[in-house]
Design a protein. Structure first.
Length: 527
């Protein structure tokens, strides 16, 4: 027996020496390193100046706007009485600056030299970003990094930075090289992905054409993997067809950059005809002249709009390279999401989606979505127009309590979380951040795993300022069979007090006294 035990012990020691430990092979805590893939416009681009210095691309636009602010005010006033030429001239000047910084040639290449910083595996781990000062350049799209680092270590969270003007196939090939670099740097055998918006399409293309065996888990937030109707909504033939929801757009961007704004009243004062003219002219000068060569625009165009827009706006000769890659993407990853998911899952990849509904689209704003991507494109489910419900009164676990979204035939019906009132890119600082970390770390598998994260829930964005939850309930939806419940009103602001002057329940108005209705930052009250 002793001899047998000695043999077993020796064999175990030899095995331990021959095979690296799991802790060494994977990130801290046994989880794979995480690659964050930001969305369109979220990597900061720099123009390389003649003297070798760098200019952040949007700084030039801001500086130009400040310089010409004196021209803008009289131009705006002239437009009120129907004289648009001064405003168009102002937009032409700004457009020239935009084009000189990030414009694209018809063949899909950059008009001017552009640099991405920080970039490369060695410079874009969370640890390196903090040490080299690069964190300030990626902090908005990578807000998940600090919390993920607590799970897997600062050296095992990476931010893939890229030139978002280029096409999905090109960028997915760069992502593949980046993944190889992450695996080499960490010694891990697999990575996990967290993607946002356009980054989700890049991840889907990576899974479609590269090695699925290198991927552990994938969490997609506000996925633009099947595109967005915004491209078609913007590039209309007549300005009379342009439908712009400026308040929704401003609020979406404000929430995205973690600002708290209440300026709907001011935006509604702007004559709609002026807003429409400004946007239409800008699209048909700045965007059309400088960004039709941005292949990413065509990869993000919804499949429903692509062929019509391509035939109307792209030249078969001048734009041949753009068309070739966009055709590849539109006829590949965009239309093959179910097959991509199935193949990835067969290879052992865990998949999940977080999407938003209940927010008006910036364009075509009667569509139900997260302001940028409609809920149908994001989930593959069937949805009504914003504010409408299914006329057949559908019900069941895959039907939103508001009866406006059906996930029965969605891409991932049991691995899709939908947040009511969730705006595009908001996940990084919504309550759903805990969901992302839980899924990528393996403590959450699907919508049944944790009652705190049901399939349908309300967003608790701090930019929404006030949230309402039901005490001792995982979601905010009333069930008549549940009996009496208490509502909790919380001030989510980190800085500002909130005064509640009125509560409306089932159409009945209740006035609240000033003292009783004041909530300090972070304060809650049961009503």
């Amino acid at each position: 027996m002793k001899k047998l035990l000695s043999i077993i012990l020796c064999a175990a020691l030899l095995f331990a020496l021959a095979v690296p430990s799991f802790a060494e092979d994977e990130a801290a805590g046994g989880a794979s390193p995480v690659v964050i893939v930001p969305g369109f416009g979220e990597t900061r681009l720099y123009r390389v100046n003649d003297d070798g210095s760098r200019t952040l691309y949007y700084h030039g636009v801001v500086d130009s706007f400040k310089e010409k602010l004196g021209d803008f005010i009289p131009a705006a006033l002239a437009s009120v009485i129907g004289i648009y030429s001064p405003l168009h001239s102002f937009l032409d000047d700004i457009g020239a600056v935009v084009g000189s910084l990030t414009g694209m040639k018809p063949d899909g290449t950059s008009l001017n030299p552009v640099e991405i910083w920080p970039c490369g595996v060695e410079n874009t781990s969370y640890k390196a970003l903090k040490e080299n000062g690069g964190w300030s350049a990626v902090d908005t799209p990578a807000q998940m990094a600090p919390a993920l680092a607590e799970k897997v270590g600062e050296e095992n969270v990476f931010v893939f930075t890229y030139d978002w003007r280029y096409g999905t196939r090109t960028l997915a090939a760069q992502l593949s090289d980046y993944v190889d670099g992450v695996l080499a740097a960490t010694g891990a055998s697999k990575v996990s992905f967290y993607g946002n918006s356009y980054g989700c399409q890049l991840i889907a293309e990576y899974l479609y054409t590269h090695d699925n065996s290198l991927v552990d888990s994938v969490m997609l937030c506000s996925p633009g993997w099947t595109g967005t109707r915004m491209v078609g909504d913007l590039f209309v033939e007549s300005k009379n067809d342009l439908d712009i929801n400026i308040p929704a757009g401003v609020q979406s961007f404000a929430r995205y950059f973690r600002y708290e704004l209440d300026i709907d009243f001011l935006l509604k004062l702007l004559p709609k005809r002026i807003v429409r003219d400004v946007v239409y002219y800008a699209v048909n000068t700045i965007l059309k002249d400088y960004y039709l060569g941005a292949t990413s625009v065509w990869c993000l165009c919804s499949h429903e709009d692509y062929e019509e827009l391509k035939g109307r706006l792209l030249d078969p000769v001048e734009n041949a390279a753009v068309i070739e890659e966009a055709d590849y993407v539109q006829n590949g990853v965009v239309t093959h999401i179910p097959e991509i998911i199935e193949a990835a899952q067969a290879a052992g990849v865990r998949f999940a989606v977080i999407a938003g509904e209940g927010v008006g689209m910036m364009t075509g704003h009667d569509e139900n979505g997260d302001c940028i991507v409609n809920i149908s494109n994001a989930t593959g489910g069937e949805a009504t127009m914003l504010g409408k419900t299914f006329t057949d009164g559908r019900s069941g676990e895959y039907i939103a309590p508001s009866n406006d979204l059906d996930l029965t035939n969605a891409f991932l019906p049991d691995n899709t979380w939908v947040f009511q009132g969730f705006t595009h890119g908001q996940c990084m600082w919504d309550v759903s951040a805990d969901l992302v970390i839980g899924f990528l770390s393996g403590s959450i598998d699907d919508v049944y795993s944790d009652p705190a994260f049901p399939r349908f829930a309300d967003s608790r964005s701090p930019a929404l300022t006030v949230s309402l939850t039901l005490e001792d309930r995982a979601d905010n939806y009333l069930d008549t069979a549940a009996g009496e419940v208490k509502a909790v009103i919380r001030n989510n602001s980190g800085e500002n007090a909130v005064k509640i002057t009125r509560v409306r329940v089932n159409g009945l108005d209740y006035k609240v006294s000033g003292a009783a209705g004041k909530l300090e930052p972070g304060e809650s009250r049961v009503v």
